[in-house]
Design a protein around this ligand. Structure first.
Ligand SMILES: NC(=O)c1ccc[n+]([C@@H]2O[C@H](COP(=O)([O-])OP(=O)(O)OC[C@H]3O[C@@H](n4cnc5c(N)ncnc54)[C@H](O)[C@@H]3O)[C@@H](O)[C@H]2O)c1
Length: 439
């Protein structure tokens, strides 16, 4: 790597992502060699023309080619003088909706074979969108086969998704919403740090899988937002509501609506408002003959989540085991148990013969009234005998302690027995699930 922190970069795949990257990187002073199997794209680029239409790219390509900073070929150059290869080949949809990985596998094999002919260090960053596990299950084995078991000493593999929007891609390149750098152990990559030098954005250095799934979560979320906006827009139209005014009010709420609130994977929704009002909104749409598939799916997906949480508990304790539930109301700090997912969980465990006890310092059976009393007594008729006082909790009395909400300071819990349902953990971070895999 030279002193001016300019990199020599090969960009593989000269589509929308690759050409934009090549144009922007060469404009920053990096030396860029583009590779594409499409000869027409290669010829266009070498003549100083952009093979894609994207505002600002043609000018950057023309300037970079005339300064000798950008060239292209249909074959890879010798990699020994390059610091970095960025892979931007296509991942089109296969018939079953999955990604067709042919181009990824082929370009990875070409780079791995070329890297095997050199002994100089090389970073290979994949930008194409592909499913979690691809770096470990497809890319690493290709490099292992071509270079050998010590390939990681020469080649640093990185997954580095990009978040450009077509039509504003150049501006987005220099001001992205975030930078995500995935490596096998979430390690720092100095080459990627140089690559992103001067770009102001939050940087996440993480594992391969978290980096790989980022783009799918983002794009699914964008699709959810558009579908939601249009469904409520259609409901508004059916009821003679000005959808633009409703939208203005909706987005003005950056505390609860347009905010991280309600986005953390964890507990199901419940309580006295969300399920009731979602049902009512479904009814409002239905009675005006508005098709609202997204709204109609909400209670169903919430029910699936409750089953998922119940199964986490069931797989963490032997049949008939002793389970302490921490938190019964739909959230901490209230005694409101109407449509609380925690009540469903307790009932599900009791139904299956588990010995359940519950601590919730805010729930006093003697003070319950109205629907709050009626609903919980229907599902948990012996609630009084299930509730125990915090001060009477002895960890040794339980095989598993399930956290539905934050325990109070008065409760000292044995971490080895705790399953925290407020988070969706991986097998690496959830001790009970790890134990289950080891069994
Ligand atoms: N278009 C976007 O805005 C965008 C944004 C983020 C991520 N992505 C992802 O980035 C990837 C690329 O997207 P795109 O829109 O640029 O695709 P594209 O289809 O426009 O371009 C892909 C290019 O790769 C080339 N190619 C295929 N195999 C090759 C090989 N072995 N060697 C060299 N070149 C090869 C193709 O000829 C083509 O020119 C996809 O996975 C896509 O999902 C795209």
């Amino acid at each position: 790597m030279n002193e001016t922190q300019e990199l020599r970069i090969v960009v593989v795949g000269l589509g929308y992502v690759g050409v934009t990257a090549a144009a922007c990187l060469s404009s920053q002073g990096h030396e860029v060699f583009g590779v594409d199997i499409n000869e027409a794209k290669v010829a266009a680029l070498n003549e100083g023309h952009s093979p894609i239409v994207e505002p600002g790219v043609a000018e950057l390509v023309g300037a970079a080619v005339s300064r000798g900073k950008l060239q292209a070929s249909s074959t890879l150059p010798d990699l020994d003088t390059y610091d970095l290869a960025i892979v931007c080949v296509g991942t089109p949809s296969a018939a079953d909706g999955s990604h067709n990985m042919t181009f990824i596998a082929e370009s990875a094999r070409q780079i791995a074979t070329a890297a095997a002919r050199t002994s100089t260090p090389l970073t290979v960053a994949f930008r194409s969108t592909f499913r979690p596990g691809t770096m470990e299950n497809l890319i690493e084995p290709i490099f292992l086969e071509a270079i050998g078991s010590n390939f990681a000493e020469q080649v640093e593999l990185v997954y580095n998704p990009e978040f450009l929007r077509e039509s504003t891609a150049v501006a987005d390149y220099f001001a992205p919403p975030k930078i995500v750098v995935g490596t096998s152990q979430g390690r720092h990559s100095e080459t990627m740090a140089i690559l992103h030098d001067g770009i102001a954005a939050p940087i996440f250095e993480t594992g391969f899988r978290e980096a790989e799934i980022t783009k799918f979560i983002d794009n699914s979320w964008h699709a959810v937002k558009v579908a939601f906006a249009n469904e409520v827009g259609r409901v508004c139209a059916a009821y003679d509501v000005d959808a633009s005014v409703a939208h203005e009010i909706f987005v003005s709420d950056t505390k609860l609506n347009i905010s991280p609130y309600y986005t953390r994977p964890g507990g199901a929704f419940g309580g006295s408002c969300l399920p009731k009002d979602v049902r009512a909104m479904q009814s409002i749409a239905r009675s005006a003959a508005v098709e609202a598939q997204l709204l109609n799916s909400l209670l169903e997906t919430n029910a699936s989540h409750k089953s998922f949480q119940l199964n986490r508990v069931l797989s963490s304790v032997n049949p008939g085991g002793r389970v302490l539930l921490v938190g019964l109301a739909f959230k901490a700090g209230t005694d409101d148990m109407r449509e609380s997912p925690n009540v469903d969980l307790a009932a599900g465990l009791l139904e299956r013969g588990y010995q359940v006890r519950i601590v919730d310092p805010f729930v006093r059976t003697s003070s319950l009234v109205g629907q709050n009393l009626g609903q919980v007594m229907t599902e948990l008729p012996n609630l009084r005998s299930l509730l125990i006082d915090e001060k009477d909790v002895d960890n040794r009395d339980f095989d598993l302690i399930v956290l539905n909400s934050a325990p109070s300071n008065a409760l000292e819990l044995d971490a080895a027995r705790v399953l925290d349902l407020r988070r969706i953990a991986t097998s690496a971070t959830d001790p009970t699930r790890t134990r289950e895999h080891e069994a």
